[in-house]
Design a protein around this ligand. Structure first.
Ligand code: AMP
Length: 278
Protein backbone atom coordinates (compact mmCIF):
# COMPACT_ATOMS: atom_id res chain seq x y z
CA UNK A 1 0.00 0.00 0.00
CA UNK A 2 1.36 3.38 -1.05
CA UNK A 3 0.78 6.39 1.20
CA UNK A 4 0.81 9.81 -0.51
CA UNK A 5 0.65 13.12 1.32
CA UNK A 6 0.73 15.55 -1.59
CA UNK A 7 -1.24 15.94 -4.81
CA UNK A 8 1.92 15.77 -6.91
CA UNK A 9 3.05 12.60 -5.15
CA UNK A 10 -0.33 10.99 -5.71
CA UNK A 11 -0.53 12.02 -9.38
CA UNK A 12 3.02 10.82 -10.00
CA UNK A 13 2.23 7.45 -8.46
CA UNK A 14 -1.11 6.99 -10.26
CA UNK A 15 0.51 7.84 -13.59
CA UNK A 16 2.97 4.98 -13.18
CA UNK A 17 0.04 2.56 -13.09
CA UNK A 18 -0.67 2.66 -16.82
CA UNK A 19 -2.96 4.71 -19.03
CA UNK A 20 -6.43 5.34 -17.62
CA UNK A 21 -6.65 2.45 -15.15
CA UNK A 22 -10.07 1.94 -13.51
CA UNK A 23 -9.74 3.75 -10.21
CA UNK A 24 -12.24 3.12 -7.41
CA UNK A 25 -12.18 5.99 -4.92
CA UNK A 26 -13.43 6.14 -1.32
CA UNK A 27 -13.28 9.59 0.31
CA UNK A 28 -13.26 9.45 4.13
CA UNK A 29 -12.49 11.54 7.17
CA UNK A 30 -10.60 8.68 8.84
CA UNK A 31 -11.26 7.04 12.23
CA UNK A 32 -12.11 4.08 10.05
CA UNK A 33 -14.53 1.31 10.94
CA UNK A 34 -16.11 -1.66 9.16
CA UNK A 35 -18.54 0.65 7.32
CA UNK A 36 -15.65 2.44 5.61
CA UNK A 37 -13.87 -0.85 4.97
CA UNK A 38 -16.92 -2.31 3.19
CA UNK A 39 -16.68 0.60 0.72
CA UNK A 40 -12.96 -0.02 0.22
CA UNK A 41 -13.55 -3.74 -0.37
CA UNK A 42 -16.15 -2.95 -3.01
CA UNK A 43 -13.87 -0.37 -4.67
CA UNK A 44 -11.09 -2.96 -4.70
CA UNK A 45 -13.35 -5.68 -6.15
CA UNK A 46 -14.72 -3.53 -8.95
CA UNK A 47 -11.59 -1.64 -10.10
CA UNK A 48 -7.95 -2.08 -10.99
CA UNK A 49 -6.78 0.40 -8.33
CA UNK A 50 -8.41 1.40 -5.04
CA UNK A 51 -7.68 4.86 -3.63
CA UNK A 52 -8.83 6.00 -0.17
CA UNK A 53 -8.48 9.58 1.03
CA UNK A 54 -8.34 10.54 4.69
CA UNK A 55 -9.00 14.23 5.24
CA UNK A 56 -11.01 15.84 8.02
CA UNK A 57 -12.56 18.60 5.94
CA UNK A 58 -12.79 21.70 8.16
CA UNK A 59 -15.20 23.59 5.88
CA UNK A 60 -18.00 21.03 6.21
CA UNK A 61 -18.20 21.48 9.99
CA UNK A 62 -20.78 24.05 11.01
CA UNK A 63 -19.77 23.64 14.66
CA UNK A 64 -16.18 24.38 15.76
CA UNK A 65 -16.46 22.08 18.78
CA UNK A 66 -17.52 19.15 16.56
CA UNK A 67 -14.43 19.69 14.39
CA UNK A 68 -12.11 19.74 17.42
CA UNK A 69 -13.72 16.62 18.91
CA UNK A 70 -13.91 14.69 15.61
CA UNK A 71 -11.98 11.40 16.17
CA UNK A 72 -8.61 11.15 14.41
CA UNK A 73 -6.70 7.89 14.46
CA UNK A 74 -4.32 7.56 11.55
CA UNK A 75 -2.13 4.97 13.35
CA UNK A 76 -5.05 2.55 13.44
CA UNK A 77 -6.43 3.55 10.03
CA UNK A 78 -3.39 2.52 7.99
CA UNK A 79 -3.19 -1.12 9.23
CA UNK A 80 -6.96 -1.47 8.65
CA UNK A 81 -6.53 -0.32 5.05
CA UNK A 82 -3.56 -2.68 4.62
CA UNK A 83 -5.76 -5.53 5.80
CA UNK A 84 -8.36 -4.91 3.05
CA UNK A 85 -5.52 -4.58 0.47
CA UNK A 86 -6.13 -0.93 -0.34
CA UNK A 87 -3.67 0.15 -3.04
CA UNK A 88 -3.20 3.87 -2.38
CA UNK A 89 -3.99 6.12 0.58
CA UNK A 90 -4.04 9.88 0.12
CA UNK A 91 -3.57 11.85 3.36
CA UNK A 92 -3.31 15.51 2.42
CA UNK A 93 -3.01 18.33 4.92
CA UNK A 94 -5.24 21.39 4.79
CA UNK A 95 -2.71 23.40 2.77
CA UNK A 96 -2.75 20.74 0.02
CA UNK A 97 -6.52 20.90 -0.42
CA UNK A 98 -7.02 24.59 0.35
CA UNK A 99 -3.83 26.50 -0.54
CA UNK A 100 -6.06 29.60 -0.55
CA UNK A 101 -9.43 29.94 1.20
CA UNK A 102 -12.06 28.14 -0.89
CA UNK A 103 -14.69 30.27 -2.64
CA UNK A 104 -16.79 27.69 -4.49
CA UNK A 105 -20.52 27.96 -4.10
CA UNK A 106 -22.80 25.18 -5.21
CA UNK A 107 -26.55 25.25 -5.57
CA UNK A 108 -28.39 22.01 -4.88
CA UNK A 109 -31.81 23.65 -4.66
CA UNK A 110 -34.37 21.84 -2.55
CA UNK A 111 -32.01 18.94 -1.86
CA UNK A 112 -29.93 21.04 0.51
CA UNK A 113 -32.83 22.85 2.16
CA UNK A 114 -34.21 19.91 4.13
CA UNK A 115 -32.94 17.75 7.01
CA UNK A 116 -29.12 18.14 7.40
CA UNK A 117 -29.30 21.32 5.30
CA UNK A 118 -31.63 22.94 7.83
CA UNK A 119 -29.53 22.03 10.84
CA UNK A 120 -26.01 22.33 9.41
CA UNK A 121 -25.74 25.56 7.43
CA UNK A 122 -23.04 25.42 4.76
CA UNK A 123 -22.37 21.74 5.40
CA UNK A 124 -23.17 20.48 1.91
CA UNK A 125 -21.30 23.31 0.20
CA UNK A 126 -18.26 22.21 2.23
CA UNK A 127 -18.82 18.57 1.30
CA UNK A 128 -19.28 19.35 -2.40
CA UNK A 129 -16.19 21.59 -2.41
CA UNK A 130 -13.91 18.91 -1.00
CA UNK A 131 -15.39 16.06 -3.05
CA UNK A 132 -15.04 18.03 -6.31
CA UNK A 133 -11.43 18.91 -5.45
CA UNK A 134 -10.64 15.30 -4.52
CA UNK A 135 -12.24 14.04 -7.75
CA UNK A 136 -10.10 16.52 -9.72
CA UNK A 137 -6.96 15.20 -8.00
CA UNK A 138 -7.70 11.44 -7.97
CA UNK A 139 -9.65 11.29 -11.27
CA UNK A 140 -11.59 8.17 -10.28
CA UNK A 141 -13.76 6.20 -12.68
CA UNK A 142 -16.06 5.24 -9.79
CA UNK A 143 -16.52 6.69 -6.30
CA UNK A 144 -18.17 4.88 -3.40
CA UNK A 145 -20.42 6.55 -0.80
CA UNK A 146 -22.37 5.06 2.11
CA UNK A 147 -26.15 5.17 2.32
CA UNK A 148 -25.76 6.06 5.99
CA UNK A 149 -25.22 9.65 4.83
CA UNK A 150 -28.19 9.40 2.51
CA UNK A 151 -28.67 13.11 1.84
CA UNK A 152 -24.94 13.49 1.16
CA UNK A 153 -25.13 10.68 -1.40
CA UNK A 154 -28.05 12.44 -3.14
CA UNK A 155 -26.14 15.74 -3.17
CA UNK A 156 -23.01 14.09 -4.60
CA UNK A 157 -25.07 12.55 -7.41
CA UNK A 158 -26.44 16.04 -8.12
CA UNK A 159 -22.91 17.52 -8.05
CA UNK A 160 -21.77 14.97 -10.63
CA UNK A 161 -24.80 15.73 -12.82
CA UNK A 162 -24.52 19.55 -12.52
CA UNK A 163 -20.77 19.67 -13.13
CA UNK A 164 -20.78 16.89 -15.77
CA UNK A 165 -18.09 14.98 -13.86
CA UNK A 166 -16.89 11.77 -15.55
CA UNK A 167 -17.32 9.58 -12.48
CA UNK A 168 -19.86 6.93 -11.58
CA UNK A 169 -21.31 7.13 -8.07
CA UNK A 170 -22.00 3.85 -6.28
CA UNK A 171 -24.20 3.71 -3.18
CA UNK A 172 -23.15 1.21 -0.50
CA UNK A 173 -25.47 -0.23 2.19
CA UNK A 174 -25.24 0.83 5.84
CA UNK A 175 -23.00 -1.41 7.93
CA UNK A 176 -24.28 -1.89 11.49
CA UNK A 177 -23.01 -3.21 14.79
CA UNK A 178 -24.54 -6.55 15.80
CA UNK A 179 -27.06 -4.67 17.99
CA UNK A 180 -28.22 -2.54 15.03
CA UNK A 181 -26.39 0.72 15.74
CA UNK A 182 -25.17 2.22 12.46
CA UNK A 183 -21.37 2.28 12.50
CA UNK A 184 -19.98 5.80 12.73
CA UNK A 185 -16.64 7.37 13.60
CA UNK A 186 -18.52 9.38 16.22
CA UNK A 187 -19.69 6.24 18.09
CA UNK A 188 -16.37 6.10 20.00
CA UNK A 189 -17.42 9.35 21.68
CA UNK A 190 -20.50 7.72 23.25
CA UNK A 191 -20.33 7.00 26.98
CA UNK A 192 -20.74 3.35 28.01
CA UNK A 193 -24.31 4.07 29.07
CA UNK A 194 -25.17 5.98 25.87
CA UNK A 195 -23.60 3.24 23.74
CA UNK A 196 -25.90 0.76 25.49
CA UNK A 197 -29.07 2.67 24.59
CA UNK A 198 -27.98 3.96 21.14
CA UNK A 199 -29.32 0.85 19.27
CA UNK A 200 -32.85 1.95 20.26
CA UNK A 201 -32.66 4.49 17.43
CA UNK A 202 -32.41 1.77 14.80
CA UNK A 203 -34.97 -0.40 16.58
CA UNK A 204 -37.52 2.41 16.44
CA UNK A 205 -36.87 2.89 12.71
CA UNK A 206 -37.20 -0.86 12.12
CA UNK A 207 -40.47 -1.01 14.06
CA UNK A 208 -41.72 1.94 11.99
CA UNK A 209 -41.19 -0.10 8.83
CA UNK A 210 -43.78 -2.59 10.06
CA UNK A 211 -46.35 0.22 10.39
CA UNK A 212 -46.12 1.43 6.79
CA UNK A 213 -49.54 0.95 5.22
CA UNK A 214 -51.19 0.90 8.64
CA UNK A 215 -50.33 4.54 9.42
CA UNK A 216 -50.20 7.35 6.85
CA UNK A 217 -46.73 9.01 6.65
CA UNK A 218 -47.64 11.96 8.93
CA UNK A 219 -49.01 9.67 11.62
CA UNK A 220 -46.01 7.37 11.37
CA UNK A 221 -43.70 10.37 11.62
CA UNK A 222 -45.47 11.49 14.82
CA UNK A 223 -45.24 7.98 16.24
CA UNK A 224 -41.49 7.72 15.54
CA UNK A 225 -40.76 11.18 16.96
CA UNK A 226 -42.67 10.28 20.09
CA UNK A 227 -40.69 7.04 20.51
CA UNK A 228 -37.34 8.76 19.85
CA UNK A 229 -38.09 11.41 22.45
CA UNK A 230 -38.50 8.68 25.06
CA UNK A 231 -34.82 7.66 24.74
CA UNK A 232 -32.99 9.22 27.70
CA UNK A 233 -30.49 12.07 27.18
CA UNK A 234 -31.56 12.66 23.56
CA UNK A 235 -32.35 15.82 21.63
CA UNK A 236 -34.00 15.23 18.27
CA UNK A 237 -32.98 17.43 15.33
CA UNK A 238 -35.40 15.82 12.87
CA UNK A 239 -37.14 12.71 11.69
CA UNK A 240 -38.51 13.02 8.16
CA UNK A 241 -40.13 10.62 5.74
CA UNK A 242 -39.04 11.71 2.26
CA UNK A 243 -38.90 10.51 -1.30
CA UNK A 244 -35.43 9.06 -1.73
CA UNK A 245 -34.81 10.85 -5.02
CA UNK A 246 -36.26 14.34 -4.44
CA UNK A 247 -35.91 14.34 -0.61
CA UNK A 248 -39.36 15.97 -0.49
CA UNK A 249 -41.47 14.96 2.51
CA UNK A 250 -44.24 12.62 1.45
CA UNK A 251 -47.86 12.90 2.54
CA UNK A 252 -49.09 9.60 1.08
CA UNK A 253 -47.25 6.33 0.54
CA UNK A 254 -48.57 6.11 -3.04
CA UNK A 255 -46.85 9.44 -3.84
CA UNK A 256 -43.42 7.76 -3.76
CA UNK A 257 -42.18 4.39 -4.88
CA UNK A 258 -39.02 4.78 -2.78
CA UNK A 259 -39.54 6.51 0.54
CA UNK A 260 -36.99 6.69 3.31
CA UNK A 261 -37.13 7.73 6.95
CA UNK A 262 -34.13 9.82 8.04
CA UNK A 263 -33.20 10.80 11.57
CA UNK A 264 -30.62 13.05 13.23
CA UNK A 265 -30.52 12.93 16.99
CA UNK A 266 -28.15 13.93 19.77
CA UNK A 267 -27.33 11.34 22.39
CA UNK A 268 -25.81 13.53 25.10
CA UNK A 269 -23.42 15.65 22.97
CA UNK A 270 -22.90 13.11 20.15
CA UNK A 271 -24.95 13.70 17.01
CA UNK A 272 -26.01 10.47 15.29
CA UNK A 273 -27.75 10.00 11.95
CA UNK A 274 -29.46 6.93 10.58
CA UNK A 275 -32.14 6.00 8.05
CA UNK A 276 -34.43 3.19 6.97
CA UNK A 277 -35.99 2.46 3.60
CA UNK A 278 -39.77 2.09 3.74
P1 AMP B 1 -16.90 9.71 6.78
O1 AMP B 1 -15.51 9.28 7.12
O2 AMP B 1 -17.83 9.72 7.93
O3 AMP B 1 -16.93 10.99 5.95
O4 AMP B 1 -17.47 8.58 5.82
C1 AMP B 1 -16.83 8.23 4.62
C2 AMP B 1 -17.76 7.37 3.81
O5 AMP B 1 -18.09 6.19 4.54
C3 AMP B 1 -19.10 8.08 3.49
O6 AMP B 1 -19.47 7.77 2.16
C4 AMP B 1 -20.04 7.46 4.47
O7 AMP B 1 -21.38 7.46 4.05
C5 AMP B 1 -19.49 6.03 4.56
N1 AMP B 1 -19.93 5.40 5.81
C6 AMP B 1 -19.78 5.87 7.07
N2 AMP B 1 -20.36 5.04 7.96
C7 AMP B 1 -20.88 4.02 7.23
C8 AMP B 1 -21.61 2.83 7.57
N3 AMP B 1 -21.94 2.53 8.83
N4 AMP B 1 -21.96 2.00 6.58
C9 AMP B 1 -21.66 2.30 5.29
N5 AMP B 1 -20.99 3.40 4.91
C10 AMP B 1 -20.60 4.24 5.86
Amino acid sequence: MIVCKTKSDLRRHLETLGTNPFIGFVPTMGALHKGHLSLVRQAKRENEISVVSIFVNPIQFDNADDLVKYPRNIDDDLPLLERVHCDVVFIPNEQEIYPTPPTETYDFGELEEVMEGQYRKGHFNGVATVVKRLFDIVKPSTAYFGEKDFQQLTIIRKLVENEHLPVEIVACPIVRESDGLAMSSRNVRLSVEDRRIAPQIHKILRDARDLVGIFEPDKLKGFVIDQLKHIPRTKLDYFEIVDSKTLRPIQQWQASSRSIGCVAIYLSDVRLIDNVKF
